[in-house]
Design a protein around this ligand. Structure first.
Ligand code: ADP
Length: 486
């Protein structure tokens, strides 16, 4: 198949979260499986310098954006004979110090709607200009939500590529005031509740969910959850209507990057038969984060956006009690200043037991995954989550709230003693999290059981080929839908 993936971030060129990991890995895996794959993404600041093999693709065109005409130029980085990254360049929109926010001010760019409408129009333009006519365009998150509608507007009937819209996080919807309408250059009739309108605004994500041929999200449990009012972020009605077109496919892990045996960041390789290198990673992590170096103290870790979704607030409520004993906690993250402040205060109280680092440090993420004994993910909701799967491979036992992809990737001993590799809590509260941490400490106190969990964790397989095979099925279904004219 000829496949285009369009995303506002792609690892390793740009990344703020799991979306980038997913698009980078699935595109690579689809190409390995023989498909022709083009990934379309904005040319952000620094990419040309960091990837000097990137060349002009010989494609320039004008895009109508409201009353103005904006010029786009396409650059390409050829990865293989059948795969490439196509970067859309527009200095005014993308040569900035952050992806969605001003890095210094920490606020969203006021023209994000225009920036990603421009990008989406470029995706449509590129679809028509590639030498290999695309069969399917696979879109990711609100930034590309308008592509299905723009494609329908441009091509009559079903003479267009199929469209698949993947939801990575339903809470990020790209809702903008109705005065965004002129930038669509579409008739006003689309602004209605059956179309792009959403509680008086224009919703980019909803538009994608209404007009894409098929919808996927990043775990089977999240696919079910988002059709309910509790997790549906007010889009559950739209999703219930499209339930027959919605599939949940668990993300995978790129083990060529996330592994403990060929990893330049780790002080010593390790595997489930020999965990000596894990101990070395623990000592190195404790040293680098200014903590007491102690191989026997249980260390609990967390990496990620410091946001309400991730539940660090309930973790902060229970940590002080545990820190009264032999217990350490490590956190790498960026986001809410309030959470940063609370963590800093905790570090002042327990300086040698707490390790914190604010900012985005991929190498440190590997060291923490390897150096911790347990990884805590108290997310209120979690579409897929990657860190629990990284933890499993690094022999770090995940403690998770049983939602979304956390439910689908971690096995609690109450579900299967034979396959147990983590600890789950179901009711969401600080108290139930504390119970789960106490269970973890008990596990830590029985080395035989701990090794048993670690063995199960490290041998669990979440490689991308299984997910890619599922996406292939979705693409085939999409092409068949178009052919049958439904
Ligand atoms: P999200 O909801 O942010 O997408 P995921 O668990 O799906 O959460 O993916 C987060 C990805 O970003 C993982 O690869 C994780 O290691 C990485 N990450 C998050 N925060 C940081 C950070 N501060 N430094 C380094 N890597 C980070």
């Amino acid at each position: 198949m000829n496949i285009i993936l369009a995303s506002s971030e792609v690892h390793p060129y740009s990344k703020t979260g799991g979306l980038a990991d997913m698009v980078g890995a699935i595109s690579k895996t689809l190409a390995e499986r023989g498909h022709d794959v083009s990934v379309v993404t904005p040319l952000y600041r620094g990419v040309l310098r960091r990837y000097p093999r990137t060349r002009p693709y010989g494609l320039r065109f004008d895009i109508e954006l409201g009353d103005s005409i904006e010029r786009a130029e396409v650059f390409s980085l050829e990865l293989n004979h059948n795969s490439r990254i196509l970067f859309v360049a527009h200095d005014g929109f993308f040569d900035r110090n952050g992806l969605y926010q001003d890095a210094e001010q920490g606020t969203d760019y006021p023209d994000n709607a225009q920036r990603y409408l421009f990008f989406s129009k470029c995706v449509v333009e590129i679809c028509g200009k590639l030498p290999n006519k695309p069969d399917v365009v696979h879109l990711h998150d609100w930034q590309t939500g308008f592509v299905p509608l723009f494609l329908m507007a441009k091509y009559a009937g079903n003479n267009r590529p199929g469209t698949v819209m993947t939801i990575h996080n339903l809470a990020y919807q790209g809702n903008f005031a109705p005065d965004t309408m002129p930038f669509l250059n579409l008739p006003y009739r689309f602004f209605n509740p059956e179309g792009i309108e959403f509680y008086g605004n224009i919703s980019f994500l909803k538009t994608g969910l209404v007009y894409a041929d098929l919808i996927t999200t990043v775990s089977p449990t999240y696919a079910r959850e988002i059709t309910t009012p509790e997790f549906g972020c007010s889009l559950d009605g739209v999703l219930r209507k499209r339930r027959q077109s919605l599939t949940g496919i668990l993300n995978g892990v790129d083990y060529s990057e996330w592994n403990t045996t060929h990893n330049p960041v780790l002080p010593q390789a390790f595997n489930f038969k020999n965990l000596q290198g894990k101990k070395q990673a623990k000592l190195k992590m404790q040293r680098e984060l200014g903590m007491a170096e102690s191989a026997n103290t249980p260390v609990f870790g967390n990496i990620g956006r410091l946001a309400y979704q991730k539940g660090i607030d309930i973790l902060l409520r229970v940590l002080p009690d545990f820190l009264e004993q032999d217990f350490q906690f490590v956190c790498l993250g960026a986001g809410s200043h309030e959470i940063e402040k609370a963590l800093t205060e905790l570090k002042t109280r327990f300086p040698r037991q707490i390790g914190i680092l604010f900012g985005f440090y991929p190498d440190m993420a590997h060291l923490i995954e390897a150096g911790c004994d347990f990884y805590i993910m108290p997310s209120r909701y979690e579409p897929c989550g990657l860190n629990q799967m990284f933890s499993l491979r690094y022999g770090t036992i995940p403690i998770v709230h049983a939602v979304g992809g956390l439910e689908d990737s971690v096995v609690d001993y109450r579900e299967s003693l034979v396959r147990a590799n983590g600890i789950k809590f179901r009711a969401y509260s600080a108290e139930t999290l504390a119970v789960a941490i106490r269970e973890a400490l008990e596990l830590y106190g029985s080395p035989y059981l701990m090794r048993y969990f670690q063995r199960n964790a490290m041998t669990a397989d979440f490689s991308w080929h299984a997910a890619a095979a599922e996406y292939e099925k979705v693409y085939v279904r999409c092409i068949e839908l178009l052919k049958s004219g439904t």
